[in-house]
Design a protein around this ligand. Structure first.
Ligand code: MD3
Ligand code: FE
Length: 217
């Protein structure tokens, strides 16, 4: 009989890397749920297809997006905002799967945000070349609540800056299964994602998915 924990197929250790006060990477924290998370993304995308939205300034985003939960993040010529329905179908976003909510709440709690209950989950899909320019997340009402992000599929280089756009940025590799909690002093820091390098991931093919969980209202 083999009692070695590391030989158990469902045992996934994860470890914490603090980036700065308020921001911590939980490396591998989503690995135990990888298949279920990806199946859920597929079923959400069947109901609410990924869209390439336009920035308020009229640029087409290279990242395709959909949402689940009570509120979804959207952008168009009228601006950035959260809304309860899809701009295309006017239907409510699919419910947030319990697994998503539980994973996000557990991660936030591990970093000291004990009352985080997300009401919005933005699902970003990157293909080779897709990027996200340096920005702040400030469309949420309560900036004391953190944001939790889950990376799946191809790896990305994340840029983490300061409170001013011109502050120098550090690069952080985000790979399949990483969960990051961004709160406190890190909450309003500029951040972005460098153009995705082409590759083939055994579970997601040419894509990277990122789930961002927020308390929007
Ligand atoms: C740091 N998404 O959707 S998640 C976004 O990988 C977004 O798709 C990126 O930035 C992605 O807005 C990065 C990591 C993240 C999210 C929110 C933050 C980092 C953050 C808020 C403050 C500081
Ligand atoms: Fe962001």
């Amino acid at each position: 009989m083999n009692l070695d924990l590391f030989d158990h197929p469902d045992f996934h250790p994860h470890w914490r890397e603090d980036l700065c006060p308020g921001a911590a990477v939980l490396r591998g924290a989503a690995l135990a749920d990888e298949s279920e998370l990806l199946r859920a993304i597929e079923s959400i995308a069947r109901l609410m297809p990924f869209q390439y939205r336009a920035t308020p300034g009229g640029y087409a985003m290279s990242v395709a997006m959909t949402n689940c939960g009570e509120l979804g993040w959207v952008t168009d010529s009228r601006g950035y905002r959260y809304q309860a329905t899809s701009p295309e179908s006017h239907h409510p976003w699919p419910a947030m799967p319990d697994l998503f909510r539980t994973l996000a709440m557990r991660a936030a709690r591990e970093v000291g945000f004990n009352d985080f209950v997300p009401d919005a989950c933005l699902i970003n899909r990157y293909q080779p070349g897709a990027k996200m320019s340096l920005h702040q997340d400030k469309d949420e009402v309560d900036l004391a609540q953190p944001i939790v992000s889950v990376s799946l599929g191809l790896p990305a280089i994340f840029q983490f800056g300061g409170l001013e756009r011109s502050d120098k940025t550090q690069r952080v590799n985000l790979t399949h299964g990483d969960v990051v909690v961004w709160g406190g002093a890190a909450r309003l820091r500029y951040h972005g994602v460098l153009p995705l390098k082409a590759g083939e991931h055994p579970l997601t093919g040419q894509y990277r998915f990122n789930l961002t969980f927020r308390k929007a209202r």
